[in-house]
Write a protein that binds this ligand. Structure first.
Ligand code: NDP
Ligand code: A1CAB
Length: 292
């Protein structure tokens, strides 16, 4: 992995990618972060010893892969700067967006004609090399560029290649999914405290339970239904708890949450367009849903 990689946006997901790539053995000298916040830049330099620049044009020079990890509203500004940077023809730079809700067509329309673009939906467990990343190649991405992107992302977790029309659904399950589990764990800890445990006790019990349950799910080869049945004794404690979850409509709540998430993702490009974050990069805009 000697290809130079630039990460535009050193926030939560940009840092997760940076940390994951470094811990997977990517030499720090082959990485550069472009970050506009001076405080954030200083943190990244201190924590990772990585080069951090506030100049996109300078920093992406010589990079084979340019990850974009800014909020959707900041994408057009980044694209405007990227569109006037020279791509060394031999390098065949590929732009890889980690941004929710913005279709590859928007990048392709804003960058130089024929620029290869790949859209990715990662998640924050990338920080501990356990990401789930979904990858959708844009229309000009070559197979070797997709393979390189997949290889980089595989060094920080699992990768699934999906058609771009599935990206809103992917965002609703794996992209935002970690937050659903953190909310569940928060609620479990609060319940433990209500039952008389100290907060540290409840926290240790809940966190290890989620970790163990996650490992069982990924390593046992059993389905969630089978694993749940194995915990649930007839007329026992678990059955009593699960009955309350069903009565409170947990499945319905999860379904509604996922649909709300996917809807926001599908409407992101249009929202950014209407709210006018971009500075003139408005060509060829369509939402992910419109692409289907
Ligand atoms: N967080 C998550 O779990 C996931 C996030 N994503 C996607 O990743 C993207 C980033 O999210 P997240 O990391 O949470 O956001 P953050 O706000 O934490 O990070 C974005 C960073 O980019 C910086 N930035 C903005 N514009 C520029 C620019 N022109 N040049 C350089 N740096 C810039 C921001 O600086 P400043 O603060 O000054 O604006 C900020 O530090 C989003 O599009 C999101 O959809 C995808 C999957 C999961
Ligand atoms: O909340 C968000 O918009 C981003 C995208 C997926 C996870 N976080």
């Amino acid at each position: 992995m000697t290809e130079r990689v630039a990460i535009i946006g050193g926030g939560k997901i940009g840092e997760a990618l940076l940390a994951g790539l470094i811990s997977a053995g990517k030499p720090v000298k082959d990485l550069v972060v472009i970050e506009r916040s001076p405080e954030r830049s200083a943190e990244l330099v201190d924590d990772y010893g990585v080069r951090v620049s506030d100049d996109i044009t300078d920093a992406v020079e010589g990079a084979r892969v340019v990850f974009i990890a800014v909020k959707p509203d900041a994408v057009d500004t980044v694209l405007q700067k990227l569109s006037v940077t020279d791509d060394d023809g031999e390098l065949e730079r590929v732009t890889v967006s980690l941004v929710a809700g913005i279709p590859t067509s928007r990048y392709e329309a804003a960058l130089q004609a024929g620029s290869p673009v790949i859209r990715v939906m990662p998640n924050t467990p990338m920080l501990v090399n356990e990401a789930m990343s979904a990858v959708s190649p844009g229309r000009y991405a070559e197979d070797d560029q997709v393979a390189l992107t997949v290889r980089l992302l595989e060094s920080v977790g699992k990768v699934m290649v999906v058609p771009e029309k599935q990206m809103d659904a992917v965002t609703a399950i794996s992209g935002s999914g970690p937050a659903y589990f953190f909310l569940m764990v928060e609620a479990m800890i609060d319940a433990g405290v209500a039952l008389g445990l100290t907060r540290p006790q409840a926290s240790e019990l809940a966190v290890q339970t989620v970790k163990g349950a996650g490992l069982l799910l990924s390593e046992s080869g059993l389905s969630p239904v089978e694993l749940r049945a194995a915990v649930t004794s007839p007329a026992g404690t678990t059955a009593a708890a699960l009955r309350e979850f069903e009565r409170a409509g947990l499945r319905h709540a999860v379904n509604e949450a996922a649909f709300a998430c996917a809807e926001v993702s599908a409407k992101t490009a249009r929202r950014v367009e209407v709210e006018g974050s971009g500075q003139g990069v408005q060509r060829g805009v369509e939402t992910a849903s419109e692409q289907q």
